[in-house]
Write a protein of this length. Structure first.
Lengths: 200, 200
């Protein structure tokens, strides 16, 4: 059984929980509190020198960092990872988009608004984060005008990667009501068999 | 024959040129000048709504954005993409690391120092970029203390993705001489058959 080191309120950690729920695959979970420094202890850094969660333990002492790499590993041989090479490349395309052009704005805005005190200086970053995050949301909304799922005809790990922080973007101050295609896509994900909500 | 829309001085574009050179695979190249706005024309945005290069045209009107997704597509069925699923996941782990924790600091510092005027306000970003980029270089150097290549016993697209901006990190103001393992690894890449240098 795989084990996840994670923090339930983190969208990157939720990605793995959501996929494993869809796959009806059991896993162990160990809570790691990022905010109190538990990713920076010598013990944790031995497991993941990058000091980040989620961290997937595949078997005893075999660790895989990076949420989207872990999604790939867990989805392998399921329908969440397509078999066609061009579709596979497009799944990765949206996952790299998520990590480069989406998460650094949409997840970070949520982190600042939700986890930092109201007078924290990082609140000054919000206008720029909202501008760049909105660019990502517009691109997603545009793609979903012609596509039911991000790649191909079924839900894939590209959808799961993008869903994690998009469906809670309002917590970071993004107004999702103007992105109708995204709203419909969020409902679709939530209506999939064995969907599990994020711990809020 | 695939076609690359790119700018030769961009590390993200060079990744594809380097892999195709290693594979001895011919390709078409179309110069796109980012600095003069050629990624933002209506014609280009039809091909890639994200308005970025590199963009890989696999066949007429089949486009694949995101440098690391394109590396995956081109490396498929070569030794640059391992066959073992855990090794594959680790290749992706380093490629996601590159896009999230490396490129936004090391490539951006180089962009500011190399392509912007000396009095441009973005020069004020450099101290933070150097700090965060150094964290990425330390992690790479530490990994290479016990590993000849980033994943497994041969060069993979993880090495190519990380090589692109690491080997020109000095242009962004990073001092590579303190990272001996990285320096050795750079030499190894450069000594591979059919290596091609970046257009500087």
């Amino acid at each position: 059984m795989v084990k996840i080191y994670g923090m339930a309120q983190s969208g990157n950690c939720y990605k793995l929980q959501l996929l494993l729920s869809f796959l009806q695959q059991k896993y162990e979970w160990q809570d790691i509190d990022i905010l109190s420094g538990e990713t920076q202890t010598p013990e944790f850094l031995k497991r993941n020198p990058a000091g980040k969660v989620p961290l997937l333990e595949i078997e005893s002492n075999t660790f895989l960092p990076e949420s989207n790499a872990a999604l790939f590993y867990l989805a392998n041989e399921s329908t969440f990872w397509p078999s066609d090479p061009l579709q596979q490349a497009n799944v990765l395309r949206w996952m790299f988009f998520e990590q480069y052009s989406h998460e650094p704005y949409i997840a970070v805005a949520r982190f600042i608004k939700r986890f930092l005190p109201k007078d924290h200086p990082r609140h000054s970053e919000l206008p720029e984060l909202h501008q760049k995050g909105s660019t990502a949301l517009k691109l997603m909304n545009q793609h979903l005008a012609d596509n039911v799922w991000f790649v191909g005809d079924t839900i894939s790990i590209a959808d799961i990667a993008l869903f994690a922080y998009t469906h809670v973007a309002a917590e970071g101050g993004f107004e999702l009501s103007q992105y109708l295609n995204i709203k419909n896509w969020i409902s679709q994900v939530q209506q999939q068999p064995h969907y599990t909500p994020m711990v809020l």
